[in-house]
Design a protein around this ligand. Structure first.
Ligand code: FES
Length: 112
């Protein structure tokens, strides 16, 4: 099992969270299974950017993003050089530290 740490997020997980995830699992699915209410508007087909996560540790261990993911990420709120779409990455054997962006694109629109 691989340790995935979620940094505190005011709405989704105010205390932060540590999950043990089986290598090979899609991160978005694993977070949902762990009770984290991450948005996933397109159900994991790389057609939205609501499942955006910032990989604070372990980023280099992930397989590189495909073009489709890069295209969607360009639209994500709060994009960083270590941003990924959580439905497009699989947890490996390297521990990850994940930050959920303050807003998803849907939220950002609501707050404009
Ligand atoms: Fe839409 Fe991940 S759920 S891109």
């Amino acid at each position: 099992m691989t340790r995935v740490i979620l940094l505190p997020h005011p709405e989704t997980c105010p205390e932060g969270l540590a999950l043990e995830i089986k290598p090979g699992k899609v991160l978005c699915d694993a977070l949902l299974a762990g009770g984290v209410e991450i948005e996933h508007a397109c159900d994991g087909v790389s057609a939205c950017s609501t499942c955006h996560v910032i990989v604070r540790e372990g980023f280099a261990s992930l397989s590189p993003a495909e073009d489709e993911e890069e295209d969607q990420l360009d639209k994500a709120w709060g994009l960083t050089p270590v941003s990924r779409l959580s439905c497009q990455i699989r947890v490996g054997t390297t521990p990850l530290t994940i930050e959920l962006p303050r807003y998803s694109l849907n939220h950002a629109r609501e707050h404009e």
